[in-house]
Write a protein that binds this ligand. Sequence first.
Ligand code: PRE
Length: 357
Amino acid sequence: MSDEILKSHRDAIDALDAQILAMLNQRAGHARAIGELKGGGLVYRPEREAQVLARIKQLNSGPLPDESVAKLFREIMSACLSIERPLTIAYLGPEGTFSQSAAIKQFGHAAVTQACASIDEAFRVVEAGAADYVVAPVENSTEGAVGRTLDLMVSTPLKVCGEVELRIHHHLLRREAGLAGIRRVYSHAQSLAQCHEWLNDNLPVEVERVSVSSNAEAARLASLDAHCAAIAGDAAAERFGLHKLAENIEDEPNNTTRFLVLGYHDTNASGRDKTSLVMSAQNKPGAVHQLLSPLAENGVSMTKFESRPSRTGLWEYLFFVDIEGHTSEARVQNTLEALRERAAFVKVLGAYPVAVL
Ligand SMILES: O=C(O)C(=O)C[C@]1(C(=O)O)C=C[C@@H](O)C=C1
């Protein structure tokens, strides 16, 4: 490669960087002006963010992949929003958990993330106004529903205003560089289960598997003892400065966790939305079928159905249902009206944009 050609490309990059910088600040100036128009009210607009990201992906003609440009714009909006007002996001800690990664995926790095000891506490700090939003895991593609989040959603005054899908990649992490001498592997019970085959195939049988409260806690423990390893994700590896001895060791390659974002407000329609509901049905034959028939009658598709025993009455069930569409649409309103006539209890948990990233 000739030095001259290299220099000409770097000069071009310098010139473009100066333009990009000037444009970013122009964009931030508009965001600040919008912030002033909002007059100290609601600054975070998930429907607008979803539209911005979807449009960027559509406009993109490469060579950068759609996902990369969307991630860059995620961070640009995060920085713009933080000059309107910085947001605080509560999540199930400690630092380095997948919940924290989900919070950053949704709000970008300019948001302040606040680790909480439990999902209950994360809801409570937002309900009490000590944080703006909570990001809580609701289901995993291999392990199923997160019951505690579902239970909390039944009674919280908070509304769902977004969803985040996070691919879960587990790595074997350790302070030392090689596999030799590992006596114990720490991880959350779910992650040990999700990497069961890999552990059987790659570590001696005498290596003890110890379940702890979170993957981040596992990484912390592994960082203290040269004979221990942890199974955890990238954020925990970074947080505790551990080597990745083996990457993506989950047995199921499409392992994904879905998180919900909840805050104290409703969200306008973005054009591609979902509505989450919880309702009760009587425990008698055909009750569920009868309850759900208004969906088909109004041409509304169901994207999720999860049943859970109600904690109020024996043999009564709650049904968590996600439907396509927003509560401002007539077909969704008609469906809700019909559901309210049939079910003893219906609560709209929130209407929000379908995940774009
Ligand atoms: O459009 C707005 O309401 C803005 O505040 C601007 C902006 C952006 O940077 O594009 C920032 C934050 C909002 O959550 C949505 C979009």
